[in-house]
Structure formats: structure tokens, C-alpha cells
Write a protein that binds this ligand. Structure first.
Ligand code: ADE
Length: 259
């Protein structure tokens, strides 16, 4: 445990928990054992439970999948097998734990959703392989499908790790400086402004003068404007949303719009 973590306030009796169902248990904790998430895991600031789906398979070979009814390529993970694995993994978990199936068909993971998950007791994460899960077990278990982006991975494990990492860094006591979140991209609806450190002059590339001025008001204004310019250029979708939310805020303050 680092000194910083020892100085953190007391945690609630049960730390935030990730319970993962996977055919590849050796993929966990994987990268989550390193750096910030790994230190927090070792310090008991969150916990990880991994359930191997294979032993719940049927027959002598513990079969977990079968071809899709109606034909088509690949294999589908059987509902009976998944239901048995889910029942075992869910035993003793808080009732209000989010039950998630990582899938490219799901709602896109974003920072507001990450924050929502961080505020709860934890997540049950079902990692699919092959073509995915039989629809009946998704419905029966009330799994929410979540995607980490518009591309297809070979399984849900890495997506689960992305989700866990994004949540864990928001948990109390995990980041040395909790104020650091406030500067994150997406925190205020904008991408983060550019960052600079030593040396001041790197092969003729110099740090913007204003950042050396010590004038916190001007620096904050520069950063806000840089964040706005970056967001407008790179993410017109986010920019439109930000403009709308700013307009709403201005309206609710009863101010005349100036943008
Ligand atoms: N499994 C396969 N592709 C995925 C994605 N994009 N997001 C979440 N889970 C997935």
C-alpha cells in the first residue's frame, strides 16, 4: 500500500466489486494488477471476483456453446450454461449490482455511465466469446448490454477491463489527488486542454508563455479556450452537446445568450 492510500478516509464496509464471468479466467486481473488499479486492488479499495464459465458446461466435455438456430456462422453460448454460471456468480452479491453483458450491440460506455457505475456497489460483467450469448439468458437475467466502441473485439474480456479501469480510478482513495478528475476529458463536456512540463524549451519548441505567468485566472481562461477549440475541431458531436448544455445553463440563470 502506498503512503497516499494509507492516508485516505475509511472505505464503506464493502469496497466496490467487479464480478466477472469468463471462459478465460487467466486474463484477469491482467493489466488491472498494474499501476493505479493494481495498487488500489492490493489496498482493498476494490475487489475482483472471477467465475470460470467452463465448469458449468454440459456433458463430458463441458460444452458451453452450440450452433445458432436458423443457421449462420459461429457458435452461440448456451442459455442453460450461462444461467448456471450467473446463478453461482450472483450468490451473495448486492441486489442492486449492475448486471452487464459486454457486447458491441450495447449502449456506448461514456464518462457519465462510468460515474454512475462507480456510485453503485459494483458490477457483474458477463464476457461473451464466439458469436455471443443466447438472447433468452440476456433477457431472463436482465443483463444490460454495454459496448466500449463501434468495433468488434474477439470477446468481452478486454472490454470488461476497460470498464473496470475507468470506474476504479474514480473510486474514493484511488487517485492521489482527487481534484485531478476535474481536469479529465469529458468531465465538463469538453476534451482536456493540452499539457506541458519541463523543459520549457524543448529543441526550440517552447511552452506557451501564459502557463509560466503564475496568473491563475488567465491560465484557467487559456485552458478553457484551448479545451473549447480542441473539442470543436476534433469532436463536433461533443461540441454541439456542450453548446446546448451551456445555452441551457445560461437560460436557467436568466441571462441573455452571448454565444
Ligand atoms: N465484445 C466484442 N466487441 C465488443 C465491444 N466493442 N464492446 C464491448 N464488448 C465487446
Amino acid at each position: 500500500m502506498t503512503e497516499k492510500m494509507q492516508n485516505q478516509p475509511m472505505q464503506p464496509s464493502q469496497p466496490w466489486m467487479a464480478s466477472v464471468l469468463t471462459l478465460f479466467p487467466d486474463m484477469f486481473p491482467g493489466p488491472l494488477a498494474q499501476s493505479l488499479a493494481g495498487k488500489a486492488l492490493a489496498a482493498g479499495l476494490w475487489s475482483l471476483h472471477v467465475t470460470d464459465i467452463r465448469p458449468f458446461g454440459v456433458g463430458v466435455h463441458n460444452k458451453v456453446d452450440d450452433p445458432p438456430f436458423g443457421g449462420g456462422p459461429g457458435m452461440v453460448m448456451r442459455p442453460d450454461v450461462m444461467a448456471a454460471a450467473l446463478a453461482s456468480a450472483s450468490d451473495g452479491l448486492p441486489k442492486d449490482m449492475a448486471k452487464i453483458y459486454l457486447s458491441p450491440r450495447g449502449k456506448r460506455l461514456d464518462q457519465p455511465l462510468v460515474k454512475e457505475l462507480a456510485a453503485g456497489p459494483g458490477v457483474l460483467l458477463v464476457c461473451g466469446r464466439y458469436e455471443g450469448l443466447d438472447q433468452r439468458v440476456i433477457d431472463a437475467a436482465g443483463l444490460t448490454e454495454i459496448s466500449i466502441g463501434d468495433y468488434v473485439l474477439s470477446g468481452g474480456e478486454m472490454a470488461a477491463q476497460v470498464l473496470i479501469d475507468a470506474v476504479v480510478r474514480l473510486l474514493d482513495g484511488v487517485m492521489g489527488n482527487p481534484m485531478a478528475h476535474q481536469q479529465d476529458s469529458f468531465e465538463n463536456g469538453l476534451l482536456e486542454h493540452p499539457l506541458y512540463t519541463h523543459p520549457r524549451d524543448w529543441g526550440g519548441n517552447v511552452v506557451p508563455e501564459i502557463l509560466l505567468s503564475g496568473d491563475h485566472g488567465r491560465i484557467a481562461k487559456w485552458r478553457q479556450e484551448a479545451a473549447m477549440a480542441l473539442t470543436q475541431k476534433r469532436r463536433p458531436d461533443l461540441w454541439e452537446e456542450w453548446l446546448k448544455s451551456e445555452a441551457k445553463e445560461d437560460q436557467s440563470k436568466g441571462k441573455k445568450l452571448t454565444k
